[in-house]
Design a binder for this molecule. Structure first.
Ligand code: ADP
Ligand code: ZN
Length: 650
């Protein structure tokens, strides 16, 4: 669910103050104090004595003021709370003196009496202003700050001001209309959760028998595979309320808030039981203590403990089922997975061909579709994509068709949407110089030729020199075979050859190498390294595994660990072997390109003219060239519709 968000840098900028509410608070507090001080430092009653401006006014020290009184130069004194105003009649006319009052000066009044000075207190006309400045205004300012802060907090957690510290504002409660039919594919996952529907509908049947119903179900799978959808569908099928929260929303800056929210969440759910409680991104909360870094630990642990307590707390008689989702089960705290908690794990994986087809069918239901749309083809083209991506593709295709003012979504709209989804938006507007274009054309032709003439390589679907995304100036799409779990050695070598083809073409046809091949070389090196160090495909290391990768669940690498128990000497031999192997492959690739010189020239000319050429055209050029030059036919004429896209060589 949280996949298509802004890049983290942006988010950080936007939420600068959200993440630093204390800083914001400090700024406002300082501002408020300054205003307050300023207001209070005003002379108490500047207007108490009027019409005595002829001699001007002066600020004098208290001692001077007393001295003036003693000398009899003062006629009238007004004593304010903090200030004293004195009117003196000098030879040049009247002067008004101001001085700060020194707190209790018991000698002042007797002195004034003695000198016969008229004195009095501040006239009362300003008590109202006083009240406002010293009481109402500060309160208003602080109230304003509080409102501001809480509204910011509310924005960041989606809660309400008054629900601060409770979960009311951030829990989404609904009765979803989603049914199992809305979720395509994933039949096994659906099967696994089906029994709890019956429990939710008829809890008493089970309670009567003393059955132990699972309390927690952990849905495990990559983002966008429909975990939320599945949980909703369970609630929808059972027609019970669905409470959903995201675990990351629990973690707030104040220790204890998260725990209070968990308590609230379960309180609400219990009131409406039977119910489903859905916790997304459980890993944000349930990171094992070992796997977590520093910072925010207290809060997270308290929240986690509260969750565990709640799950332990209600008996199996209370029909609440907690469904949590994560794509990183390997980092979860083992305490979460103990019996009676999330002891049941259901895998929600990326769909296979059939699953993709079904998901597409679900999503095109709401769309006007032209009969020429071939969903089979689209499903074939989208190997590796998740349900959310497919939903996006259908939507994108609809938008494309709408932009062209069509009556229905056509096949080419779908295809374009797929290509966009896979390779990023076509950036037709991005200008590359003719010189760069020529380099890219040869580079891509090199990849394409190798892909097409090497046994075991994936066949070319499309070659393009239109820059896409940020990194790739051009690309070659190659076809994979559906559901391929094993790769043979010759296929790995073929892939290395295809990757080296780009750079070799630059060398052979341009005579100089550019930086464009960096990524290719990186990938080629990786493949060779795996062959030597992991798959036992070399003489040097033999069957010895040198690189035990701790590959995380679902293939997401979660830290690499080298076992390190091999000698320096072997490491050196392996490095030399890999280097030699790569340069041998490179020589072979270059000689292939030399042989097919004419074909490459023709391909890159076509690319420069049209920017994009289809796999069929590539095959046509190569086959014709082989025929004309009496070459043994290497080019596979397998057409692109036997399978489709996916792997991309930039
Ligand atoms: P997750 O929670 O696993 O990240 P979601 O359940 O939020 O994924 O999926 C996002 C959207 O993708 C769904 O609302 C739905 O439109 C679409 N989707 C994902 N998987 C499927 C599926 N198996 N069938 C139909 N639609 C799906
Ligand atoms: Zn390349």
């Amino acid at each position: 669910m949280s996949q298509n968000e802004m890049p983290p840098e942006n988010r950080r900028n936007n939420n600068f103050f959200n993440n630093n509410p204390l800083l914001l608070f400090a700024i406002f507090a300082i501002a408020a104090i300054m205003v307050f001080k300023y207001v209070n430092s005003e002379p108490a009653t500047p207007s108490a004595i009027t019409g005595q401006s002829s001699g001007g006014s002066r600020q004098v020290p208290y001692s001077d003021f007393k001295e003036l009184v003693k000398r009899g130069e003062i006629k009238q004194v007004t004593i304010g709370k903090t200030t004293i105003q004195a009117v003196g009649g000098g030879t040049m006319g009247q002067t008004t003196y101001f001085t700060r009052r020194i707190a209790p000066d018991e000698t002042l009044l007797p002195l004034l009496e003695e000198k016969g000075v008229a004195y009095g207190g501040v006239s009362e006309e300003n008590w109202f202003l006083d009240l406002i400045f010293s009481w109402v205004l500060p309160i208003l300012i602080f109230f304003g700050i509080w409102m501001l802060l809480t509204s910011r907090m509310q924005k960041s957690i989606g809660g309400s001001v008054l629900g601060f510290g409770s979960a009311k504002g951030m829990i989404n409660s609904e009765k979803p209309g989603v049914k199992f039919a809305d979720m395509a594919g994933n039949d096994e996952a659906k099967e696994e959760v089906k029994e709890i529907i019956d429990f939710l509908q008829h809890p008493d049947r089970y309670i009567r028998l003393g059955a132990k119903i699972p309390k927690g179900i952990l849905l495990v799978g990559p983002p966008g595979t429909g975990k939320t959808l599945l949980a909703k569908a369970v609630a929808g099928e059972a027609s019970v309320p669905f409470f959903s929260v995201s675990a990351s929303g629990f973690i707030e800056m104040f220790v204890g808030v998260g725990a209070a929210r968990v308590r609230d969440l379960f309180e609400q759910a219990k009131k409406q039981a039977p119910a489903i409680v859905f916790i997304d991104e459980l890993d944000a909360l349930g990171k094992s203590r070992a796997a977590s870094g520093f910072g925010g630990n207290d809060e997270r642990e308290q929240t986690l403990n509260q969750l565990l307590a709640e799950m332990d707390g209600y008996g199996s008689s209370e029909p609440i089922i907690v469904i949590a989702a994560t794509n990183r089960p390997e980092i979860l705290d083992p305490a979460l997975l103990r019996p009676g908690r999330f002891d049941r794990q259901v895998l929600v994986d990326k769909p296979d061909f059939k699953g993709r087809l079904e998901i597409l069918q679900v999503h095109v239901k709401a769309v006007k579709l032209s009969p020429n749309v071939d969903l089979n083809l689209i499903a074939k083209m989208t190997a590796g994509l998740a349900g959310a991506d497919l939903a996006n593709i259908v939507n994108e295709a609809t938008l494309l068709a709408g932009r062209k003012d069509k009556d229905a979504v056509e096949n080419n709209d779908m295809r374009e949407a797929v290509e966009r989804a896979i390779a990023g938006l076509e950036k037709k507007s991005r200008r590359i110089s003719p010189k760069e274009k020529r380099i890219v054309a040869y580079h891509e032709s090199g990849h394409a030729l190798l892909a097409q003439t090497t046994k075991g390589a994936r066949k070319v679907n499309k070659v393009s020199i239109i820059p896409r995304g940020l990194a790739a100036l051009g690309y070659t799409l190659n076809t994979p075979e559906e559901n391929k779990y094993l790769i043979q050695k010759h296929e790995l070598i073929a892939e290395v050859d295809v990757l080296l083809g780009g750079r070799a073409a630059e060398e052979v046809f341009i005579g100089e190498i550019s930086t464009g091949a960096g990524n290719d070389l990186d990938r080629a090196t990786d493949i060779v390294k795996s062959m030597v160090q992991i798959y036992g495909m070399s003489e040097v290391a033999g069957l010895m595994v040198m690189d035990r990768r701790q590959v995380g669940f679902l293939g997401s690498p979660y830290g690499y660990g080298r076992s390190g128990d091999y000698s320096e000497k072997l490491a050196e031999e392996c490095d030399l072997h890999m280097k030699k192997f790569l340069s041998e492959r490179y020589l072979a690739v270059k000689s292939r390109l030399e042989t097919y010189r004419g074909a490459i020239e023709e391909m890159s000319a076509a690319l420069l003219a049209e920017e994009v050429i289809e796999g069929d055209k590539v095959r046509e050029i190569i086959v014709a060239f082989e025929g004309a030059n009496n070459l043994p036919p290497l080019c596979s004429t397998k057409s692109k519709d036997d399978g489709d896209l996916m792997s991309e060589t930039a």
